[in-house]
Design a binder for this molecule. Structure first.
Ligand code: IPE
Ligand code: IPE
Ligand code: MG
Length: 236
């Protein structure tokens, strides 16, 4: 990787391709998710070491509930294991975990783990790891609209006073910079309901590698490519 390059503050990753990784090996899809979790552990470590301040990962969408019960169950089991491990392992790394999405849909024990993870994170000052779980961007924007409409109804706000910043402040990512870079592995060229509001000026990288195969070098390659992009934000 090039030295002294322009490291993005906020990188977002769509963890896609686990199922195809498993299928290629004649394994059940769950094994792809398991390997994907291991890859995530490595990537989180790499991102923190490389100086990324916010890492957002899309692990389960509002649409993923439509998958077979067995697969959803396996994913829930992996989330639990990931959070249990993270509570121990990330202790030394000072990583602060936040959750993007409606976590009230999860089982009581998973919600307990989530609450514990948030509590532990309160005193942390290192990289922020946003776990997008039961996250959907349209649901997020709808929720923001509902919250603001409630304020209008209460008379606390005039419709004409609603600003872009207010919308941002009602997203799950409130207080964070928008993602500078969004990476989607697996060879699909779409956002699949991820960060639609926040990605207005994000740089996008689509790559063919399946998520479980994503390496430290792949991340470094993405950062090199990002450093060469010319971001104009509508200017010249
Ligand atoms: C991403 O991998 C994990 C989740 C969406 C939960 P997929 O399970 O979507 O893997 P492919 O896209 O079928 O290969
Ligand atoms: C996006 O992947 C969601 C996550 C990676 C969590 P999907 O596999 O669900 O997206 P589509 O169905 O290919 O658009
Ligand atoms: Mg997929």
């Amino acid at each position: 990787m090039e030295e002294n390059l322009n490291i993005p503050d906020h990188v977002a990753l769509i963890l896609d391709g686990n199922g195809r990784w498993a299928k290629k090996r004649g394994l059940p899809r769950q094994m792809g998710h398991k390997k994907g979790c291991e890859t995530l552990e490595q990537t989180v470590e790499d991102a923190a070491r490389l100086g990324i301040r916010y890492l957002t990962v899309y692990g389960f969408s509002t649409e993923n509930w439509k998958r077979p019960e067995e697969e959803v169950g396996a994913l829930m089991g992996l989330f639990k294991q990931y959070l249990k491990d993270a509570l121990e392992d990330l202790l030394n790394d000072d990583i602060k975990i936040r959750f993007l999405g409606d976590t009230s849909m999860f089982s009581a024990d998973l919600q307990e783990l989530i609450a514990e993870t948030i509590e532990t994170g309160k005193t942390r000052t290192g990289m922020v790891l946003n776990l997008a779980m039961n996250y959907g961007s349209r649901a997020e924007i709808t929720r923001a609209a509902q919250n603001l409409a409630e304020q209008v109804k209460n008379g606390a706000l005039q419709p004409s006073e609603i600003t872009e910043q207010m919308l941002s402040d009602h997203m799950y990512t409130y207080g964070e910079p928008d993602p500078d870079l969004i990476i989607r592995p697996s060879g699909e060229y779409r956002l699949s309901n991820f960060l639609l509001w926040q990605s207005a000026y994000s740089e996008l990288i689509f790559m063919d590698v399946l998520w479980p195969d994503f390496t430290t070098e792949d991340l470094e390659h993405c950062l090199d490519e990002y450093a060469m992009r010319n971001r104009r934000f509508g200017g010249v």
